[in-house]
Design a protein around this ligand. Structure first.
Ligand SMILES: Cc1cc2nc3c(=O)[nH]c(=O)nc-3n(C[C@H](O)[C@H](O)[C@H](O)COP(=O)(O)OP(=O)(O)OC[C@H]3O[C@@H](n4cnc5c(N)ncnc54)[C@H](O)[C@@H]3O)c2cc1C
Length: 440
């Protein structure tokens, strides 16, 4: 009891422990399929609360894990103290300097809304509901990464609380090793309370979703391969095999695109898709950056999900055939994302993620509505991954690791060894716990 008493005395925000009203809701992450049996939930009021919670946990021999939203929850947090950062919600955009400073509770939607009127963007991914800090600590694969690289590599500085409960501003100048590790190594090395990063020019954005019936999948995959093989870095194309039949919908194929440029240029680059007959919807238009999330329209409310991601060195005929071999059910979607461009040219002073030599990723997603459905989803993911094995590299983007996978899969060997050295030096007693710990 003394830990809980000390914690409540030290914290300005809200502390909930098992038995308290609201504890179950507070411990539930955005991905509601993940059960988090934590020791306590602390809704921090400010950075001082973060420092106090880290110190209390350290003194009690407990670990702390931090979540902005719980989109990346992986379980395995029994007995851990969960810090929630929603109250750290400041967003400051400096258009002249092309910089944003945001608190650790901010989601991408708020940054895009603030940057959009200035013709600027942050390096957001598909969902405006994802937390900026959790995404950025894992590298952050953006719609615009082919043009501008990873979100992590746009960071100027992090405000952090270290494992001993001290506060610091970490930049290339102040602490190059921790700054390198935080840019891709996840939440194992410090609790971030705020981040400052570069905004990128996006004066014109053309994009949207096109839809076809499922029987066009083979033709569309051919076109996807052709268009992505010669696309400029300003163009990014994703292709989704969709199957909503379990929810009353028909199987379909979606092609999602963004083009940092005019509608005329974008439409010309995408012209081969116009040749595929039977298109049932075409949502392409000039898009304010603030509406980036409308392209995939992923759910914002907490949802259950089970995903698996593989990186593909290339997408050859055999891999394309494997993707289309049979219906994707019980998966809801099998999404191909085009990589390449700046992702293959990381700056020498970039962070722990480094570059990606892979040209595509495949994200296999299902909704585990019951234990047998969850098992069937896992089996279908494994089967598809096995069929794609000749072209998969075995590496995974850190942000897309799934429960049961290990951080080691996200890094080339030298980067992993360096991250582990940073972890041992900066958190020798294991007070900080990432969703994917680097030493596991
Ligand atoms: C619908 C959806 C769309 C997605 N789209 C993309 C995409 O386009 N590109 C991409 O790269 N990823 C994408 N992801 C993956 C997403 O980036 C990761 O799940 C990411 O971890 C989410 O960050 P979060 O803060 O919202 O989640 P959380 O679960 O809150 O955080 C994830 C982890 O980040 C760390 N962390 C979070 N906040 C802090 C903090 N303040 N200090 C220290 N550590 C912290 C912790 O280790 C935590 O376990 C998507 C996920 C979903 C569910």
């Amino acid at each position: 009891m003394t830990f809980e008493k000390d914690l409540r005395a030290a914290i300005t925000g809200r502390v909930l422990v098992p038995g308290d009203a609201g504890f179950d809701a507070a411990r539930t992450p955005w991905n509601v399929a993940i059960d988090q049996r934590v020791r306590a939930v602390v809704d921090v009021a400010d950075a001082a609360d973060v420092a106090a919670a880290v110190r209390c946990a350290g003194l009690a021999g407990l670990a702390v894990t931090t979540q902005t939203t719980g989109h990346g929850a992986a379980g395995d947090v029994d007995g851990v103290v969960l810090l929630r950062t929603a109250a750290l919600d400041g967003v400051e955009v400096l258009p002249q300097e092309r910089i944003a400073r945001v608190g650790a509770g901010v989601r991408w939607g708020a940054v895009l809304a603030a940057a959009s009127p200035h013709g600027l963007t942050g390096l957001a991914g598909s969902s405006p509901g994802v937390g900026v800090v959790g995404y950025t600590l894992g590298g952050g694969l953006s719609w615009f990464s082919r043009r501008y690289g990873l979100a992590a590599d746009a960071v100027r500085s992090f405000d952090v609380v270290t494992a001993d409960g001290a506060t610091a501003r970490v930049s290339a100048e102040s602490d190059a090793e921790l700054f390198w590790a935080l840019r891709g190594g996840g939440g194992d090395l410090a609790v971030v309370t705020a981040v400052e990063f570069e905004l990128k020019p996006a004066p014109q954005l053309y994009g949207g979703r096109m839809m076809w019936p499922a029987d066009r999948a083979a033709e569309l995959l051919d076109v996807y391969r052709t268009v992505t093989a010669s696309a400029p870095d300003e163009l990014t194309v994703w292709l989704d095999l969709l199957d909503f039949s379990a929810f009353g919908g028909a199987p379909a194929v979606a092609v999602d695109v963004t083009h940092l440029g005019s509608a005329a240029e974008g439409a010309a680059l995408l012209k081969p898709f116009d040749e595929v007959a039977g298109r049932t919807a075409d949502g392409r238009r000039m898009l304010p950056v603030a509406e980036l999330g409308s392209i995939c329209a992923e759910p914002l409310d907490p949802s259950p999900g089970r995903s698996r991601t593989e990186l593909l060195g290339e997408l050859d005929d055999a891999a394309a055939a494997a993707l289309l071999d049979r219906p994707i059910a019980p998966l809801l979607s099998v999404q191909l994302r085009q990589l390449g461009g700046a992702l293959g040219r990381p700056a020498p002073d970039g962070g722990a993620t480094g570059g990606f030599t892979e040209q595509h990723l495949v994200y296999m997603f299902g909704i585990p509505t019951a234990p047998d459905v969850a098992a069937a989803i896992g089996e279908r993911q494994s089967e598809l991954a096995a069929a794609l094995r000749p072209v998969t590299t075995g590496r995974k983007p850190f942000t897309m690791l799934a429960p049961g996978e290990r951080a080691a899969a996200a890094f080339p060997g030298a980067a992993l060894a360096r991250l582990r050295d940073v972890k041992r030096a900066r958190d020798p007693h294991g007070v900080l716990r990432s969703n994917f710990p680097v030493l596991a």
